[in-house]
Design a protein around this ligand. Structure first.
Ligand code: ATP
Length: 452
């Protein structure tokens, strides 16, 4: 198994991720998240929120997933949000034209001026536009007027609430509106595990600024977001790559975009895009809704349409990057002192899905079990904790290493004499003994968010 296969295997085996509708053969491009996956996703979202809300001028919103047709006419998605698709006339596999041209399937053979399918060498069709939005109907009648769309980005729910937020929150430029929520894209070729999927979660900020200050704020957000990946999430600098898009690759609304890419085992892939969306969206919504979406600049005493800087990140892609970043294999001594291979996820302790595991040395000794359960219950109030009493201590350590638990506490016979326990560190595998009443402060210190 290569590294990527090992990571996917671990994620599925240990309850981070399951294939969606697996008992019916799975649904391509859709994944469910298990207990550990949900905990890790929540931690990513919490760290993102913590970072942006501390600015004091970011307001949250949760808008609906389904929007009316007119919303996506206005946003330009009905007209412009497509990929160029080619199909094999023989095997009927479909490909994104840009992926073929970028060489993702190797060199494309040409015969009689016709491109051939990389899989079966059948003839490929001409490319056509394929809109990536999922369509539905709102209410019982299926007609144009009742057409609705599952949002392809959370951003539009922010733009349509621009006036509401200004009026209710007394927002002054520069300010942001942020949203975490599901987005849907009917990707032609979902692939690379959870990298390209059809239902995913975005964390987006639309940061409204004075048009004269767009470049300054673009720089600010690019730096802030790079910093978040490197310092808060602890991703190594070499694996984070900013990439400015050439003009021909820009989305229909963008004046400038820098993608933040991560070096995945399968190649570099975007985890976040920072875009200067200018006044495109507000102008278009003003035109289609006929509502006044101007902002009144008190200082200049004039009406303006702000520009928007948009940092847009995908939770699953960050999740995947964190799994790749954390995955490691090394050798550690077992109970007999012999070196043993182990798999370990070296998550930063403050976002590990499980932060502490509590073990009684033996599961059949009532005093040890009771004491451990008591410690487990106390710690559960402040930390993400599991209790495990099955198998040898060595096996229990391995299980926790594999899911990235940074600390394991063991209650042994000495505990019954002097109220001390051992705390074992995942990365060094070193153990120290501390008093039960010191556990909480020890963990709090160790689990502090590291921002420097
Ligand atoms: P790509 O070029 O990889 O299709 P994109 O440029 O269309 O991505 P954006 O529109 O910038 O992506 O979306 C913002 C973020 O949403 C991306 O950086 C990514 O993290 C996430 N995202 C977009 N499409 C998907 C997808 N199909 N699966 C998972 N995450 C996605």
């Amino acid at each position: 198994m290569n590294k990527l296969e090992k990571i996917i295997n671990l994620a599925e085996k240990r309850g981070f991720i399951y294939k969606s509708s697996e008992i019916y053969g799975g649904l391509k491009g859709f994944y469910d998240f298990g207990h550990l996956g949900v905990l890790l996703k929540n931690n990513i979202k919490k760290l993102w929120l913590k970072d942006i809300l501390s600015m004091g001028n970011i307001f949250l919103i949760e808008s609906t997933i389904i929007g009316p047709r007119v919303l996506y006419e206005a946003s330009g998605h009905l007209e412009n949000f497509y990929d160029r698709l080619v199909e094999c006339k023989n095997c009927h596999n479909r490909f994104r034209e840009d992926h073929l041209l970028e060489g993702e399937y190797g060199e494309i053979e040409i015969k009689d001026n016709k491109a051939l399918c990389p899989l079966c060498k059948g003839e490929l069709t001409e490319a056509r536009n394929f809109n990536l939005m999922f369509k539905t109907y709102i209410g019982p009648v299926e007609e144009l007027a009742s057409e609705g769309y599952l949002r392809p980005e959370t951003a539009q729910g922010i733009f349509v609430n621009f006036k509401n937020v200004i009026n209710s929150m007394r927002a002054k430029l520069p300010f942001g509106i942020a949203q975490i929520g599901k987005a849907f894209r009917n990707e032609i070729t979902p692939k690379n595990f959870i990298f390209r999927i059809r239902e995913f979660e975005q964390m987006e900020i639309e940061f409204f600024v004075n048009p004269e200050e767009d470049e300054k704020w673009f720089k600010f957000w690019l730096e802030k977001r790079l910093n978040w990946y490197i310092k808060t999430l602890g991703i190594s600098k070499e694996n984070i790559i900013p990439y400015e898009l050439p003009k021909e690759e820009l989305a229909h609304y963008s004046k400038k975009t820098v993608d933040i890419k991560y070096k995945f085992p399968f190649g570099e892939g975007e985890i976040e895009g920072i875009a200067n969306r200018t006044d495109y969206d507000l102008k278009r919504h003003m035109e289609y809704s006929k509502e006044d979406l101007f902002y009144f600049d008190q200082e200049k005493k004039e009406k303006i349409i702000p520009y928007v800087i948009e940092p847009s990140a995908g939770v699953e892609r960050i999740f995947f990057a964190l799994l790749c970043e954390a995955y490691d294999e090394d050798e550690v001594p077992n109970e007999k002192g012999e070196l043993e291979k182990r798999t370990v996820l070296r998550f930063k302790s403050y976002f590990a899905p499980i932060q502490v595991a509590v073990f009684p040395l033996l599961s059949n000794r009532k005093e040890l079990v009771e004491k451990s359960k008591k410690i487990y219950e106390t710690l559960s109030k402040d930390f993400s904790v599991v209790y495990d009493s099955s198998g040898s201590i060595g096996r229990r350590y391995r299980r926790q290493d594999e899911i990235g638990t940074p600390f394991c506490i063991t209650v042994d016979f000495q505990t019954l004499e002097d109220e001390t326990v051992t705390i074992r560190d995942r990365d060094t595998t070193q153990q120290i003994r501390i008093n039960i009443n010191e556990i909480e402060s020890y963990l709090k210190e160790k689990l502090k968010i590291c921002n420097s």
